[in-house]
Ligand binder design. Sequence first.
Ligand code: C2E
Ligand code: CA
Ligand code: CA
Ligand code: CA
Length: 279
Amino acid sequence: AKAAGRNTYRFFCPSMQEVLDQMAMLENDLRHALVRHELRLHYQPIVRADGSLSGVEALMRWQHPQRGMVYPAEFIGQAEKAGLIVEFGQWALTTACEQLAAWAHDPQTAHLSISVNVSARQFRQPDFAQCVLEILERTGADAHRLKLELTESMLLTDLDALIARMAMLKETGLGFSLDDFGTGYSSLSYLKKLPLDQLKIDRSFVQDMLQTPHAGAIVQTIVSLARGLGLDVVAEGVETSEQWAALRQLGCTGLQGYLFGKPAPVEQLRWGSLMGAHN
Ligand code: C2E
Ligand code: CA
Ligand code: CA
Ligand code: CA
């Protein structure tokens, strides 16, 4: 293609219309993804400070028949716009709970928890709590092993209704985690009102924590804030053993990142402790 000269540039610069056509095609395919059984959950290890496995985060993938594996960045936004995210989210919750129920039979896996991402739109559905109760009952999953990851964008509307819903769901035994903490509209006043169990420090802070003093200070502040409020704190995007050591020293209770394992199909999960040490 290079030999054809500079005119081939056009090939790599599709017109706006082509881009729009592509997106419409993708959205059309997305509408069928669920019934065609093309959605997958990959699981990424979450470890304790000492590196032992405490659970996993469920991350959605779309196995497209032609394009291959499609990642959330390319379809979650589209699914939100197309109104599909609620159904996709219910599917993820159901699949994760089925996995928990299956793990409960094996002493090697029975203690593991699964964290599931819940979109704002999904959480705001009037029947969300009812759906979760039904899924727990139908799958037989132990709610104490389930964590729902919420984002700060959810907290912008009707905080009282949100808190009431969270409190009701917590009666089942499940936990709540506030995802991507520090990137949204954090207000410290709601932190003490919300019935949370965990904060997750966004990857962007962890990535820079040893290079830029500001990022390091933010990580340190989030960890002590979480501990002061009696919450677990999980650092995302841990890629180096230096970051691990620093986070452990700060008192981080959980760690997640490529150092300990990338998201993978359930068959590829390993159960040993100190996973990072073997990578
Ligand atoms: P998230 O919830 O913040 O998930 C963490 C993302 O960071 C994942 O990207 C994961 O693969 C990536 N990651 C983990 N460790 C590392 C690391 O060490 N280095 C780097 N560079 N990246 C790391 P992924 O799987 O592409 O998911 C992206 C986002 O899509 C998620 O961000 C979440 O917001 C959304 N998402 C994924 N699954 C679901 C789902 O089932 N429902 C909803 N509503 N959103 C989902
Ligand atoms: Ca998450
Ligand atoms: Ca996150
Ligand atoms: Ca993120």
